[in-house]
Design a protein around this ligand. Structure first.
Ligand SMILES: NC(=O)c1ccc[n+]([C@@H]2O[C@H](COP(=O)([O-])OP(=O)(O)OC[C@H]3O[C@@H](n4cnc5c(N)ncnc54)[C@H](OP(=O)(O)O)[C@@H]3O)[C@@H](O)[C@H]2O)c1
Length: 250
């Protein structure tokens, strides 16, 4: 059987690129998309086997062309990692205008994974072991004060992830939730919270996929889903105390 095929959105840098490397090491043929040609070129220089496609995942036509590329070259998709994301940090009461900023975050953090997954379905159906990974966040359980729309988008994405898991199970397509802690990437530049390396998240994902896990919560995030179910008040107080003390773990 030929090597499995993975598509990682926003996979030319940050957590996405670490996931790409881990998947290549695990034997996948990997397609990566992103908006910046320079970033894609750089990723290919580091991992020459990468198949890179310039694609803004908030643009439906570009997403269609991306899937056309995967269909023509591979004929199927075994793993889709919806990783591209944006966290716009601001205090709600302090910004002059909010509409465009809110829309941009919702478009990328919520609508894009929905649209990309929908567009990928015909290719996922060609696989005998198809999985979709949604990259979530601890902010889905308790909102981060300087990232309210991001938190809300991730909370909604969590709901989509659960519902889609039920909807696609009869077709044998798995839907996996990945919950990273604070990771050292461009997204968290300027934060002095404890950060883990992107490779830690990537290794947890690959090993969780091998064990057929539905949710892969990494590091400090392991407790969040459990507390969120059993003791949501404790979780909220704990995370709020961290924020008040200037140490957020999400
Ligand atoms: N870092 C953390 O602490 C953390 C914690 C929990 C969850 N997460 C989640 O993990 C994911 C990755 O985060 P990260 O920290 O690696 O972010 P990052 O360093 O900012 O990287 C984001 C990647 O997404 C790409 N991207 C952005 N907009 C895109 C678009 N419209 N279309 C296609 N690609 C796009 C970027 O490349 P281009 O600009 O070239 O397009 C870049 O490669 C996100 O979903 C984030 O919410 C991160």
């Amino acid at each position: 059987m030929s090597a499995p095929v993975a598509l990682v959105t926003g996979g030319a840098s940050g957590i996405g690129f670490a996931i790409v490397r881990a998947l290549v090491d695990d034997g996948y043929r990997v397609v990566v998309c992103g908006r910046s040609d320079d970033r894609l070129r750089h990723a290919r220089a580091l991992v020459p086997s990468l198949d890179t496609v310039r694609c803004d995942v908030t643009d439906e036509l570009e997403v269609g062309a991306l899937m056309g590329h995967v269909a023509a070259r591979y004929g199927r998709l075994d793993l889709l990692v919806n990783n591209a994301g944006l966290q716009d940090n601001y205090r709600f009461a302090e910004v002059a205008a909010i509409a465009d900023r809110a829309r941009s975050e919702i478009e990328l953090d919520l609508v894009a994974p929905v649209v990309v997954t929908h567009a990928a379905l015909p290719l996922l159906r060609q696989s005998t072991n198809a999985r979709v990974v949604m990259v979530g966040s601890g902010t889905a359980w308790v909102p981060k004060p300087d990232a309210l729309v991001y938190s809300a988008s991730k909370a909604a994405l969590r709901s989509v992830t659960t519902g889609l898991r039920w909807e696609l199970a009869p077709e044998g397509i798995g839907v996996v939730e990945l919950v990273p802690p604070v990771v050292d990437t461009a997204m968290t530049a300027g934060r002095d919270d404890d950060k883990v390396a992107p490779e830690l998240v990537a290794d947890a994902l690959v090993s969780g996929l091998r064990r057929d896990r539905e949710r892969i919560a990494v590091g400090t995030m392991r407790w969040v889903p459990i507390l969120g179910r059993l003791a949501p008040g404790v979780l909220e107080r704990t995370l709020r105390a961290g924020v008040d003390a200037g140490r957020d773990v999400r």
